[in-house]
Design a binder for this molecule. Sequence first.
Ligand code: IPM
Ligand code: MG
Length: 357
Amino acid sequence: MKYNIALLKGDGIGPEIVDGAVAVLEKIGEKFGHSFDFNSYLIGGCAIDKTGLPLPKETVDGCLESDSVLLGAVGGIKWDSLPGDIRPEKALLGIRSALGLYTNLRPAKLYPALKDASPLRSDIVQKGFDLLIVRELTGGIYFGERGYREGKFGREAFDTEAYSTIEIERIGRAAFNAAMKRNKVLTSIDKANVLETSRLWRSVMHSLSDEFPQVKYSDMLVDNAAMQLVRNPSQFDVVVTSNMFGDILSDEASQITGSIGMLASASLGDGKRGMYEPIHGSAPDIAGQNKANPIATILSAAMMLDYSFDLHDESECIENAVRKALENGFRTADLLGVGRDGAISCSDMTKKIIEFI
Ligand code: IPM
Ligand code: MG
């Protein structure tokens, strides 16, 4: 089969890590007899520099014409003082929304080889963990009404969170379905003791749980969830939550796996086309130095094969190759910690993973 993939390399380390994932996909194509066609489009800061806009129309059109999208990262110091509307991050929200990608899957699991890299105490790490965060991606406070106005104490800024029943129901359904394919345990995370949106969220989740009696469902408040993630992460299987809570908790979940450089993500809508990206940012401090960890992006490519193309063996093959590279002791700098040497480069980590394919 032939697949068309749109590449949105973006800024900072984006180009390096996407190049790594492309090399891995090419190797998979060779091994399994598929052909991948790649077309690159501008997004984020590099798009602002070349066109004045963070998300040019050709980029959206290119993604809509592709079978799937692989994204690196956007943003950097250079564009940090631009107004909210033309910041690189706006492009990320724009493309998620334009492609209708309301479900964001962020798996966080501990590779046994990385136990030492996790900041958690050894008795906690010993139990291992393998959880999936299902984050709502096109609603909530990220997309609500915002602006400036005159308030009680003078000029003030505001952002608002709104969630409709339909938006909650479709992300809830995605989470229940994901739980059915895993260990059938679902935790919905909210702040229903304070927020009205969370109270609606909770009531919709409860109605859905009647439809999925095999899934063991429970609610958890977000502050407690932040604590439980470091106290006992093995209690979680699938977690479903709002856009902002999911953003925050997924960074926390990534760190306990050893490094934020490990976490892949899939953003999905109603069809097969998805956008796949590492959860980390553009890391401007190490950009262009061939130091970044390409694993999160390589695993994102594996998720693309799995979810968008139904190439399950091929996807597993990539995951196994990553596991073997780690088991054989290969580490990028983020996985070693400060002051420890022996780190390999982004391109060498890619080569090692390819050797194991
Ligand atoms: C993420 C990122 C983005 C988000 C930023 C860069 C807009 O943090 O994908 O988690 O908040 O969604
Ligand atoms: Mg984030």
